[in-house]
Write a protein that binds this ligand. Structure first.
Ligand code: ADP
Ligand code: MG
Ligand code: ZN
Length: 476
C-alpha cells in the first residue's frame, strides 16, 4: 500500500511594530529581562488593554499580501490556560472572529502548474512571556522575562492542502518573501520572529479521508520543517503498517538526532469572548487605501524584470526575492545601459559579499549610484574585473566612491603597452620550457603563462591587452 501525507501549517509571525499589541512598551527583547514592561503587559489586575492601531495596520497589510479577505469585523477571545509564561490565565487571541479569512498562495514546486495552497484564516494574538530555566547554579531556578509578553503576533492557519515536505518548504519560503516585502516582519525562524507548527497525518493514496494528525513543533529553520515533516511521514507510515493506532498528540523535532519525540497530549483550552478590547471594525474606504498602498509583490516583480530589463527568469527570481535588493537593482537598471550585466554582478558578486558580512544591501554604504560608477569603470577599462570585485567588497564598509578606492589602493588598470611588454618578456624568459611546450603545439600553456603575467602585474593589467601581447610574443 502506498500512503500520501496530509499537511497543514500553523505559522506564528511576530510583527515588527515599535510598540506592543495592547500597551506602549517597546516591542524589543531588550538587553536586560523585565525592562520593557508595564502594568498592562504584566497583566496586573485592573490594567486595561488598549489595542494598537499600528499593529492592526501591519497585520492587515500582511494578510493582504497572503491574498486573504479582511473581515469587516473581528474580535478578541480569551484562550484560557494557565502556565507560568501566562500568569493571567488566558491569552488574548481571535478564535471566533479572526481578522482575515480565505487566503492562498500559488506555490512554484518545479511543475508546470503552481500548487494553489489555501489559507483558512489569519488571526491576531499576543505573545506570552519567556521562561528562562537556569540549571547551572547550585539551586536550579526558573525565571520569567515579560519583555516578550504582549508582543503582537499573527497566526496563519493553512487548510490541510499540503502533500509533501517540499511543498511545505516552498509554501513557507513564499510566505516569508511576501510578508518581508510588506515590511511587517523579518520572518526569521532562526531568530524566532517566525514559528511553525506542522500538522501531519497520512492516508492511503487515493483516499479523501482526514485521519488523526500529529502536531510537530520546535523547528528552527525552513529546512528543519521539511526534515521534521519527512521524518514524521516515515514514522506514521511504519505505525500504520504495524497496525499501531496514530494518536493525536504534540511532538518536538530534535535536529541533532533527526527525529521527532513525543512532548505532550494535544491541549486545547476553552475560548470565551473577551469583554475588555472593543471589536476591530474595518471600513471599506480605509481597506481600499491599504490595498492601494501594498508594494508590488515579488512574483509580479520577477515577471516585470524579465520583460522590462531582459533578465532570465532565474536571474529575475534571485533579484526580486528581497525587496531592498530588487529596488537597488531597479534604480540601476533604469539608468545603466546594460541591466543584465548589472544583474549578473549583483547575483555573482554583491549577494555573496553581503552574505559573508551577514548584512543586507540597505545596511551597507554601497549605493546604486556608486555601484553603477563601479561598473562604468570596468566598461571603460579603467579597472579590470578582478580589481572591481575587490573594490566592491571595500565599498560595502567604506563610505567612498569607487574612484577614490581605486586610487588609494592603486587598482587602476595598466594599459600602457610598454610596461606590459616588459612584464611579458620577464615571464617568458623565466619559463623557457613552457614557451617551448607552447610552440610545440600545446595551447594549454597559454593559460598558465597568462596567469603568471597577470600575477607579475599584481592583477592590475588590462587582461585583453596582456593577452594580445603574450600571443604576439609567443608566435615570434
Ligand atoms: P486544532 O483545533 O486541532 O488545532 P484545526 O482544525 O484548527 O485543528 O487545524 C489546525 C491545523 O491542522 C490546520 O493547519 C489544518 O489544516 C491542519 N489539519 C487539520 N486536520 C488535519 C489532518 N487530518 N491532517 C493534517 N493536518 C490537518
Ligand atoms: Mg491548532
Ligand atoms: Zn507594557
Amino acid at each position: 500500500m502506498t500512503y500520501e501525507a496530509v499537511i497543514g501549517l500553523e505559522i506564528h509571525v511576530e510583527l515588527n511594530t515599535p510598540t506592543k499589541l495592547f500597551c506602549d512598551c517597546p516591542n524589543d527583547p531588550g538587553n536586560a529581562p523585565n525592562t520593557h514592561i508595564c502594568p498592562t503587559c504584566l497583566w496586573l489586575p485592573g490594567a486595561l488593554p488598549r489595542l494598537s492601531r499600528t499593529v492592526v495596520e501591519k497585520a492587515v497589510t500582511a494578510c493582504l499580501a497572503l491574498n486573504c479577505t479582511i473581515q469587516n469585523r473581528s474580535a478578541f477571545d480569551q484562550k484560557v490556560y494557565y502556565y507560568p509564561d501566562l500568569p493571567k490565565g488566558y491569552q488574548l487571541s481571535q478564535h471566533h472572529h479572526p481578522l482575515a479569512r480565505n487566503g492562498s498562495l500559488d506555490v512554484d514546486t518545479g511543475n508546470s502548474v503552481p500548487r494553489h495552497l489555501r489559507i483558512h484564516h489569519i488571526h491576531l494574538e499576543e505573545d506570552v512571556a519567556k521562561l528562562i530555566h537556569d540549571t547551572e547554579g547550585c539551586t536550579p531556578v526558573s525565571l520569567v522575562d515579560f519583555n516578550r509578553a504582549g508582543v503582537p503576533l499573527i497566526e496563519v492557519v493553512t487548510e490541510p492542502d499540503i502533500r509533501t515536505p517540499d511543498e511545505a518548504m516552498a509554501f513557507l519560503k513564499l510566505l516569508r518573501t511576501r510578508i518581508r516585502y510588506t515590511g511587517a516582519s523579518e520572518c526569521s525562524l532562526e531568530k524566532g520572529s517566525m514559528r511553525v507548527d506542522a500538522n501531519i497525518s497520512i492516508r492511503p493514496q487515493g483516499s479523501t479521508a482526514f485521519n488523526t494528525k500529529v502536531e510537530v513543533k520546535n523547528m528552527n529553520s525552513i529546512q528543519h520543517v521539511g526534515d521534521a515533516v519527512a521524518h514524521e511521514i516515515q514514522r506514521q507510515t511504519a505505525c500504520m503498517e504495524k497496525g499501531d493506532p496514530i494518536v493525536l498528540h504534540t511532538r518536538l523535532w530534535d535536529p541533532d538526532k533527526q527525529v521527532t519525540t513525543p512532548m505532550r497530549e494535544k491541549f486545547a483550552g476553552p475560548c470565551v469572548p473577551d469583554p475588555s478590547v472593543p471589536p476591530i471594525q474595518v471600513d471599506d474606504a480605509w481597506l481600499a487605501q491599504k490595498k492601494a498602498a501594498l508594494p508590488e509583490m515579488p512574483d509580479r516583480r520577477r515577471e516585470r524584470f524579465v520583460t522590462d530589463y531582459g533578465l532570465a527568469r532565474d536571474e529575475a527570481g534571485a533579484i526580486s526575492r528581497e525587496r531592498d535588493l530588487a529596488e537597488f537593482f531597479e534604480t540601476i537598471a533604469k539608468r545603466y545601459t546594460h541591466p543584465r550585466k548589472a544583474a549578473n554582478w549583483i547575483i555573482s558578486q554583491l549577494v555573496p559579499a553581503l552574505r559573508d558580512q551577514d548584512r543586507v544591501v540597505s545596511q551597507v554604504f554601497l549605493t546604486p549610484e556608486r555601484f553603477m560608477a563601479l561598473l562604468t569603470l570596468v566598461d571603460t577599462e579603467e579597472i579590470n574585473a578582478a580589481a572591481a570585485k575587490a573594490v566592491l567588497v571595500q565599498m560595502l564598509s567604506t563610505d567612498q566612491p569607487p574612484e577614490t578606492i581605486v586610487d588609494t589602493h592603486g587598482f587602476r588598470q595598466v594599459s600602457d603597452t610598454g610596461a606590459l611588454e616588459k612584464i611579458v618578456e620577464t615571464v617568458l624568459t623565466g619559463h623557457p620550457s613552457d614557451v617551448e611546450d607552447y610552440r610545440a603545439g600545446n595551447p594549454k600553456v597559454m593559460g598558465f603563462l597568462m596567469g603568471r603575467a597577470m600575477k607579475a602585474a599584481r592583477g592590475k593589467a588590462n587582461p585583453k591587452l596582456m593577452k594580445e601581447i603574450l600571443t604576439r610574443k609567443l608566435s615570434q
